[in-house]
Design a protein around this ligand. Structure first.
Ligand code: UDP
Length: 357
C-alpha cells in the first residue's frame, strides 16, 4: 500500500510494474519438447518435468520406445525427427521454450555392424531437430551424450577435458553431434548442455516406469531377468581384467538422478549459462561381481553366473568425475547402488514382460 500513488505518474508506474511482471511470466520456460520421450531415460524426464510444473511435448517414433511409458505429457506426437514437415508442424503448433533430445539408437554392438543406421538416425535426427529449432527461434537444448564418447580412458576418474576417441560408431555419432552443437551455438546462438551419461539404471517406482529394451544388453536388467528365472544365468564378460576381482568396473547412476541433472542443465541454460559438456556419473565404480552380489542380497535370489569371454571394446574401468556438474549445475546424485538395484528389482519383478504386462 502506498507504493503506487493515485496520480497519473502513479498509474503509469503501476502499469509499468504489471507489464514487467507479465513479461517475466511470458519469458519463463513453460513448454519443453522431449524428443525420445517414450524411451527409458526420456520417460523418466517427462515425469520429472510434469512434476515440476512444466508442460511437455513428447516426440517419439516408437521404434524402440513404449507409448505406455509416456505419463503426464501435454502432447504426444508420434513421428520421426527426420520427418522435417512433421517436426515443423510440432514446433508451429506448440510454443516450445527448450528441447531435450534423447532420441537415438543406442546399441553399441549393433552400431559396429550397422554404422549407417546410427549416423542416419542419430546424426540426421539431430540435424533435423536443430534446423527446426533454428527456424522457430528455440535457443536451448539439453543433449544425451555418453561416456562412450571417450573411448579407452586416459585416466580415472574421467574428466570432461580428457581425450575423446570413441571406439564404436554409437559413441562416434554422439561425439559428432556434440561437435555440431558447438558450431550451431556459434552460428545461430543455440546454447546446449551435452550430458555424457555413464551407466544409467533403476526406475521410478512411484510413476510405474522402468527399463524395457528389446533386445536387452545391459547388465542390471539382465541380472534382474536372471533373478526372475527368465534366463538360466548371467554371463560375466571377462574375469581377467586388471581390477580387484578381475571383472569390469562401471559407474552406475540412478535414472532419477540423471533426470534431475537434465532439469538443472535446462535451468542453467535458461539463466543464460554458456554451452558446455558435463559427465553424469556417481563418481564411484562397482565391478560386475559387486553388482551381482548386491542383486543377490536385495532380491534374495541365487542368480547363477557363467564366465564368458571379454566383450570386444569394453574398457576395464569407467568412472566419472562429476565435479564439473556439481560446480556448474549444482548437481549431486543422491541415490545409492542399493537404491538403483532395489528400484530395478521393483520394476522387473512387477513387469516381467516389460510394458507388455
Ligand atoms: N556385462 C556382463 N554381462 C552382461 C552384460 C554386461 O558382464 O550380460 C558387463 C559389461 O562387460 C560391462 C558391464 O557389465 O563391463 C556393464 O555393461 P552394460 O552393457 O550394462 O553397459 P556399458 O558399460 O557397456 O555401457
Amino acid at each position: 500500500a502506498g507504493v503506487f500513488k493515485r496520480t497519473p505518474e502513479g498509474q503509469e508506474a503501476f502499469l509499468r510494474f504489471i507489464r514487467s511482471v507479465l513479461k517475466k511470466e511470458d519469458a519463463s520456460m513453460k513448454t519443453i519438447l522431449v524428443a525420445g520421450g517414450a524411451g527409458y531415460i526420456g520417460s523418466h524426464m517427462t515425469v520429472l518435468l510434469v512434476k515440476q510444473g512444466y508442460e511437455v511435448v513428447v516426440v517419439d517414433n516408437l521404434r524402440t520406445g513404449h507409448w505406455q511409458s509416456v505419463k503426464g505429457a501435454q502432447k504426444f506426437c508420434v513421428g520421426d525427427l527426420r520427418d522435417t514437415a512433421f517436426l515443423h508442424r510440432v514446433f508451429s503448433e506448440n510454443r516450445i521454450d527448450g528441447v531435450i533430445n534423447f532420441a537415438a539408437c543406442s546399441l553399441v554392438g549393433e552400431s559396429v555392424t550397422d554404422p549407417l543406421k546410427y549416423y542416419g538416425n542419430n546424426v540426421e535426427g539431430a540435424v533435423s531437430l536443430l534446423s527446426a529449432m533454428q527456424a522457430h527461434g528455440v535457443d536451448k537444448i539439453v543433449f544425451s551424450s555418453t561416456a562412450a564418447a571417450y573411448g579407452e580412458p586416459e585416466k580415472q576418474p574421467i574428466e570432461e577435458c580428457d581425450r575423446t576417441e570413441p571406439t564404436n560408431p554409437y559413441g562416434a555419432t554422439k561425439l559428432a553431434i556434440e561437435n555440431m552443437l558447438k558450431w550451431c551455438d556459434r552460428a545461430y546462438g543455440i546454447r546446449y548442455a551435452a550430458l555424457r551419461y555413464f551407466n544409467a539404471a533403476g526406475s521410478d517406482t512411484e510413476a510405474g516406469i522402468g527399463e524395457d529394451h528389446e533386445p536387452e544388453s545391459h547388465l542390471i536388467p539382465l541380472v534382474m531377468k536372471t533373478a526372475l528365472g527368465r534366463q538360466e544365468h548371467i554371463g560375466i564378460f571377462g574375469e581377467d581384467y586388471p581390477t580387484p576381482d578381475g571383472t569390469c568396473v562401471r559407474d552406475y547412476i540412478h535414472v532419477k538422478d540423471l533426470a534431475e541433472a537434465h532439469l538443472l542443465a535446462l535451468e542453467y541454460l535458461d539463466r543464460g549459462g554458456k554451452s558446455d559438456v558435463f559427465n553424469l556419473g556417481s563418481g564411484t565404480g562397482y565391478s560386475v561381481r559387486e553388482i551381482i552380489d548386491t542383486a543377490r542380497r536385495i532380491t534374495g535370489r541365487p542368480i547363477p553366473v557363467k564366465a564368458e569371454p571379454r566383450r570386444s571394446g569394453d574398457p576395464s574401468v569407467l568412472i566419472a568425475s562429476n565435479k564439473k556438474a556439481a560446480e556448474v549445475l549444482g548437481w549431486k546424485p543422491s541415490r545409492s547402488l542399493e537404491q538403483i538395484v532395489a528400484d530395478a528389482w521393483a520394476w522387473h519383478s512387477g513387469h516381467p514382460n516389460g510394458y507388455e504386462g
